[in-house]
Design a protein around this ligand. Sequence first.
Ligand code: BGC
Length: 458
Amino acid sequence: MTLRPLAAAALAAATTIGLFAVAPATATSSPLAGHVANPYLGASSYLNPDYVSEVKAQANADGSAAEASVANYQTGIWLDTMAAIGGVGGRLGLRAHMDKALAQAAKGPVVIEIVVYDLPGRDCAALASNGEIPATTAGLTTYESQYIDPIASTLGSSKYTGNSNLRVVAVIEPDSLPNAVTNQSKPACSTATPFYEQGIEYTLNKLHAIPNVYNYLDIAHSAWLGWDSNMGPAGQEFAKVVRATTGGFASVDGFISDTANYTPTTEPFLPDSGIQVGGQPLFSANFYQWNHYFDEHTYDTAMYNTLVSTGFPSRIGFLIDTSRNGWGGPNRPTRVDTSPTTPGAYVAANKIDQRPFRGDWCNQNGAGIGTRPQAQPFGTADHVIAFVWIKPPGESDGDYPSGSHTHGDPHCDPAGTNTDGNGGTYSTGSIPGYDVPAGQWFAAQFKQLVANAYPALS
Ligand code: BGC
């Protein structure tokens, strides 16, 4: 899993993206019967027993009630290998999860969250979560027949589809189409892109055919696709892939931002990126690199408008992964400070995002658990329909090559650097002293995320 921006102010300024035509929907855009507008509304949460065990073991070892409280919140179930569908390493498989969720559905509506994450050539811009399937035509066939078909046939069992209380939220292939938009200069991404597009088309076709599955496509986060020069092309890319599906725009319920990332939902002391400081707008600060969107709420609003103008129906809903974007703790500003006289100093004094660089994405030092999962966090009129925890807090983003192993991503090395495309170099921001593979339990990170939770956990 990587979430890196094309951080290029010069490029943002130089690229000319013309206004795109507003195209009509090619197919019906009305949802299926039995489908509700917001699956989270009025539904209980299905808690992944494997994650609950990880959290409880840690909380018991530490004697921490705050840590134990994390087990009360829903997290995504990552189907990150073909084997994970059947259950691997003592973890439950999809059918076992579905049976438990079905039992819970006897008492009323319940949401279960799965992450579909195994495209050919997965994670093309990084090395932390490299896929098991090659980016080849044969790989695409493997993805379709050995990965998506088993998921679809499980979810499509009549015992599950026959119970409309059971709502399956599918987060589809984090980072993939964002990489298709911004990372074509990387050979691994240009090679993988057609397989990403065809793979997602296939996935949407299979999952949309199941009435109680709700499909959400990943739109990365504000510090990746937020630049105007990325957002327009992103809208075109999403529309191209979704239009190609059998159901057209009806195949998608909405989008998710900030999956497994750390970008704040709001920057409470930087509510207007255009404020002038020292004669320059705040978004000119190096930390933002001329990106207008400082947080996920403003980003999702802009992305909504982009997607609707590209042809998506106005009903699309947005999820925000708030599992690790809280940024509480001692370094969080508590009030606006208007004294700085340059955009850079003003931003530094007021931002809650403590990363050295917004493109940092791996095991961020100082991060905290964010707002708890919640339906309609901004009320009924907002396009954000729920806060969710897709990345399970405490599971690592990735390891890095070291003396003892070659696997991993240098962007996860606490001693390593990230670059912004304009010649700027920054610390990766990763927690020093650890080297934990993607998806594995990372106790020190979990403790830090709990300690820096915002709002605080009790
Ligand atoms: C990893 C997956 C893991 C997931 C949840 C991803 O970054 O690639 O293997 O299951 O995070 O922790």
